[in-house]
Design a protein around this ligand. Sequence first.
Ligand code: FAD
Ligand code: SIN
Length: 470
Amino acid sequence: MPEAPCDLLVVGAGAAGLTAALTAAARGARVLVLTKGHAPDSSSMHAQGGIAGAVGDDDTAALHAVDTERAGRELCRPSAVKVLTEEGPERVRELIAMGVPFDPELSLEGGHSRRRVSSVEGAATGWAVTSVLGRLAGRTEGIATREATNALALWTDGGRCLGVLTPDGPIAARATILAMGGAAALWARSTNPEGQIGDGIAIAYAAGAAVADLEFMQFHPTVLAGSRLLLTEALRGDGATLLDENGERFVDELAPRDEVARAIVRKGRAWLDLRSVDRSRFPGLMAEIEKAGFDPATEPIPVSPAAHYTIGGVVTDLVGRTDIPGLFAAGESAATGVHGANRLASNSLLECLVFGRRAALAALDEPAAPARPEMPPPERPPLAPVRERTASRKLRGQVWREAGVMRDPADLSDLARSPDVVASLVGRFALARSESRGVHYRIDAPTVDPGFEGHFVLRLGQELKLEHWT
Ligand code: FAD
Ligand code: SIN
């Protein structure tokens, strides 16, 4: 018999999950947070450049919205952009009040018309933010955390989400928020921790929730060649240049990152020249580069793109509601439409703060769960054998080859037949979008087609549908 339901089950302890947990606990809720590995092992912890938000004197939410929509190539959901950019500055100020020691100067990143990125030691923002949020959660009486507890499936009954199933048994909750991050580690070359293979998408889709925008994987242009080490875009904002093998510049380093990533792939090889940058602004990152065997003071550093951010995910409204009652999603797991076809740099941590909070507030309005929900018989889906998803080296290599920076329809058809549900969804979505827009580039259809101005949405057992989100 499962234990009594908690008020809110938050799956994931990155920026979105911790924000949701703290928001709900501050209103008296009993919250349980699950993580797949150890609590700090999230993309949030590795975030570098910072958090966008119109906090500078020369900036406004409206200017931030214009930049977000320009990067998103006619596909951002305007209502979501308005929420993100208008509520963002307050969320950043709350972090300052909690004790996040932001640098005195704002950073500049690609696609931004203003310096509006709040960072910590140039490139240690994720570590600083998750440390502060994690410490607060640890001290908050209403929040309990269970590490190394894999959510294998959603527990649904009568169309409502009652919690999740784990290898240790079911966990019941009045409301469940998926804050499980993205799927970029399904690509062989990725900036994400290894476990980020899209479990949130897999379990929500299996339970009948709509998923969207899965053709849009954002590739970060400047990742140290042969490693996962990201070299933050803020370095380019501070004057770092991209050089080809002749030592010549070949791209506007502050163009939106999809353009920079493609320019590097077309060149074949590229180096990031940090010699003119005030490297003392990025002490931790410089130490990492030196540890990897390079001297940023004397030599350009070899870089190439890597899968970085999953724009698509579980479809939600502006308060994180999915189409399964009792189930919410926030952060990188969710598809709110806020990023359109290309996320503006540093809008993701902000998304976690803004939409993580909104999802928690909405989740607290859910009706009470059955006092001790009864387990359905074990042969009934989704209880029938659920196993942990894993991604073999072979699968990661296939996803990288077949759904990389430049895509070919024959490869995508092959990927669509993958036995891995998320890999197959990526193939199906990318095949359906036979145009090039933002991060999705098709070599057989290299331009934007206005007929595709919308979001592809899929529900289990149905066909892909193009929807227009306002
Ligand atoms: P995550 O932080 O990824 O957390 C996911 C959580 O879900 C983890 O706790 C994980 O254990 C848990 N989980 C996953 N699967 C399961 C499961 N099956 N069962 C239980 N738990 C599970 N964005 C910015 O805005 N600014 C930046 O400077 C920036 N830099 C970045 C640098 C790097 C190297 C990377 C990788 C990303 C960066 N991003 C940046 C993107 C940003 O960090 C992420 O999009 C964001 O942090 C995602 O937060 P999240 O809370 O949604 O998910
Ligand atoms: C970076 O610091 O370059 C990453 C920023 C982001 O992914 O938003």
